[in-house]
Each structure stands twice: as structure tokens, then as C-alpha cells.
Design a protein around this ligand. Structure first.
Ligand code: ATP
Length: 338
């Protein structure tokens, strides 16, 4: 029986990297029936600024999605699609493993970077509750609840234990936002007590940013509210070679949607030069979620082999290959990976 997975290519570079990821997954031999759903800026504008119900229905039916980016208008227009999907499908945890790929010539190439960001995915300043009190005075509500904070903390510590990790660092700004980030931290501390084998630390977000740049090797698992998670994810991506590389998983009790950290990258869309590694590595996470461990391992090994060889890398990581040439190399490497 093949698996059924909702495939949401998105827009911008989305369709290009989604096509590449599909080829890479199919090369592993795992049978997947793709339920293709169109979700682009145009589709959303045509449906009055809403994510069409058919998209939600597809993931609600298949329980698993592989998703490319969708353009979010800046300073106006419809609400971010990612935010809507995460809320509607209750995908409460955003998980982003950040690791160095072999052979990449990054500034940190001699540093061992292997960390996982666990980002709360449903509230915080992403609640989208903004309000103009009087002309030129605007408030934006930061919502932090015990329910959501405890849930992300429980998931993070449980995963850290499962993955044999050693240390969890909670990132916050509770010196300023004493109530909201204070509640987030209290929940993290309470859960931490149930995991005595895991070292637990706390870092204020500005210090965490500096420490990540200075000594990224000291980090293992990072736990944080939504907005810090967004910003720290891009910072961490920069440490290992950029947004073209880092994968992500949005996890809920019933559904999971796998997507790269990067956005729709309109500056390079349609040119055939986008790096599909981030969505390919998101597909590895998807295969693990489907319990296709062997296929996941082989695809990851194929990506790493392609990087170690370094002959077919895309422009963003210093190569000259197109999206397709890189994908051909990965597909070829899957065929010989055991
Ligand atoms: P969003 O707000 O949707 O997260 P963004 O504007 O922050 O999007 P991205 O669309 O992620 O940013 O792109 C930021 C920069 O990184 C762009 O210059 C883009 O070309 C580059 N970039 C992002 N993803 C890739 C990729 N897969 N391959 C190559 N370059 C990429």
C-alpha cells in the first residue's frame, strides 16, 4: 500500500524545490501517492485572502504534508499561510535540525554544529492580534499560554531523551517580558525537573544570539517561543551555509507538515538555480515520520555524499550546478546507497 502525502509545492522557488524533493523521495523506492494541492499567493487572493478549505482538508485526510514556501505579503495583505496552516491543523511544534554538511566551505567548517531548534508554533506575537488604538499608535499582542508552553516543553524534552541528546537550553526575554516569557520559562523548568538526565539551561535571546555566533558547538537542543524561534532559525541556518540547507517539521498530535526554513525567494524564482537541499532534508524527516527509517537514512546519505564530492552543488553554496543537476546527483547517489 503506498502512503498518501499532501504535496503543496507553493510558489516562488517552491515548485522547483518540491519537484526535486519528490524525485529524491521516489528514488528511495518508497511508494507515495501525492495528493497535489495548489496553494499560491494568487490562489489565496482569489479566495478572499483565506487558505482554501481544500488545502486543510487534504492534510486532514492524509495526515502528512510536504510543503514548499508560499509568498507572504509584507506590511498588509493576507495573513501568512504558514501561520494559518499551523494554527488550523494545530501543528504546535516546529522542529529544525541544524547540522553541517560534509565538505561545505562555510566560515564554521571546522566547528561541530549539530543542534535542534524546537519552536512553539501557534501563539506569541504570531497571534496576529494587532490593533490601532488611535491614529499612529498600534499594539500587537503577545499571547503566551500555559497550555501551549507546556505542550512544546513536553514535546522538546521527550524528543531530546528519545534522540539521546544531552542538554536543553530555553531561550527567552523574561527579564523584560516578565509575565509572558516568565510563564514560558516556568513551564520549561517544571518539565525539565522530570528529565534529570538532561542538562537544563536558560539564555536570554540576545545573549543566545551572540553565543550562537561565538561558540555554536556548545548548543544541543534549543527550546523557544515562536518569534525567537523564527529569528534564531535563520541565524542558525547562516552558521551552516544558509537557508538553502535547513529542513523543518511542523508536528501536531494528528498531522505533520514538512517544510524548509526558507521562504519563497522571489529573487531567484523560476531560474532553475534554487537549492533543494532544505526540502530534501525535510523529506528525510518525513520518511522518518512515516517510519521508513532505511529510506530516510539512504536519502540523507545520498545528500551528504553529493556534498562531500562537491561537484554538483548549487550557486548559494559556492557551486555552479542547477537545481536539476544537483537533483540528478542526489538521485544517482540514492541508487548506490545501502
Ligand atoms: P519569508 O519571509 O517567506 O521567510 P524571506 O524574504 O525571509 O522569506 P527567503 O525567501 O527565505 O527570505 O530568502 C532569503 C534569501 O535567501 C534570498 O536572497 C534567497 O535567494 C535566499 N534563499 C532562500 N532559499 C534559498 C534556496 N533554497 N536556494 C538558494 N537561495 C535561497
Amino acid at each position: 500500500m503506498p502512503y498518501t502525502v499532501s504535496l503543496i509545492p507553493g510558489d516562488g522557488i517552491g515548485p522547483e524545490v518540491a519537484e526535486a524533493a519528490v524525485r529524491a523521495v521516489e528514488a528511495t523506492g518508497v511508494l507515495i501517492k501525492w495528493d497535489r494541492v495548489e496553494l499560491t499567493r494568487k490562489v489565496i487572493e482569489a479566495s478572499g485572502g483565506e487558505v482554501p478549505q481544500s488545502v486543510i482538508d487534504s492534510v486532514a485526510r492524509t495526515h502528512v504534508g510536504l510543503k514548499g514556501p508560499v509568498t507572504t505579503p509584507v506590511a498588509g495583505g493576507f495573513q501568512s499561510v504558514n501561520v494559518t496552516l499551523r494554527k488550523r491543523l494545530d501543528l504546535f511544534a516546529n522542529v529544525r535540525p541544524v547540522r553541517m554538511l560534509p565538505g561545505l566551505k562555510t566560515r564554521y567548517r571546522d566547528t561541530h554544529i549539530d543542534l535542534i531548534i524546537f519552536r512553539e508554533n501557534t501563539e506569541d506575537l504570531y497571534a496576529g492580534l494587532e490593533h490601532e488604538v488611535v491614529k499612529d499608535v498600534v499594539t500587537s499582542l503577545k499571547v503566551i499560554t500555559r497550555k501551549a508552553s507546556e505542550r512544546i516543553a513536553r514535546y522538546t524534552f521527550a524528543q531530546a531523551r528519545l534522540l539521546g541528546r544531552k542538554k536543553v537550553t530555553a531561550v527567552h526575554k523574561a527579564n523584560i517580558m516578565k509575565l509572558s516569557d516568565g510563564l514560558f520559562l516556568r513551564c520549561a523548568r517544571e518539565v525539565a525537573r522530570e528529565y534529570p538526565e538532561l542538562e537544563y539551561k536558560e539564555l536570554i535571546v540576545d545573549n543566545a544570539s551572540m553565543q550562537l555566533v561565538l561558540r555554536p558547538e556548545q548548543f544541543d537542543v534549543l527550546l523557544m517561543p515562536n518569534l525567537y524561534g523564527d529569528i534564531i532559525s535563520d541565524l542558525a541556518a547562516g552558521l551552516v551555509g544558509g537557508l538553502g540547507l535547513v529542513p523543518g517539521a511542523n508536528i501536531g498530535e494528528e498531522h505533520a507538515v514538512f517544510e524548509a526554513v526558507h521562504g519563497s525567494a522571489p529573487d531567484i524564482a523560476g531560474k532553475g538555480i534554487a537549492n533543494p537541499t532544505a526540502l530534501m532534508q525535510s523529506s528525510v524527516l518525513m520518511l522518518e515520520h512515516l517510519r521508513e527509517q532505511d529510506a530516510a537514512r539512504r536519502l540523507q546519505a545520498a545528500i551528504e555524499r553529493t556534498y562531500a564530492e562537491g561537484k554538483h552543488l548549487t550557486l548559494d553554496v559556492g557551486g555552479a550546478a542547477s537545481t536539476e543537476q544537483f537533483t540528478d546527483a542526489v538521485v544517482g547517489a540514492v541508487a548506490v546507497s545501502h
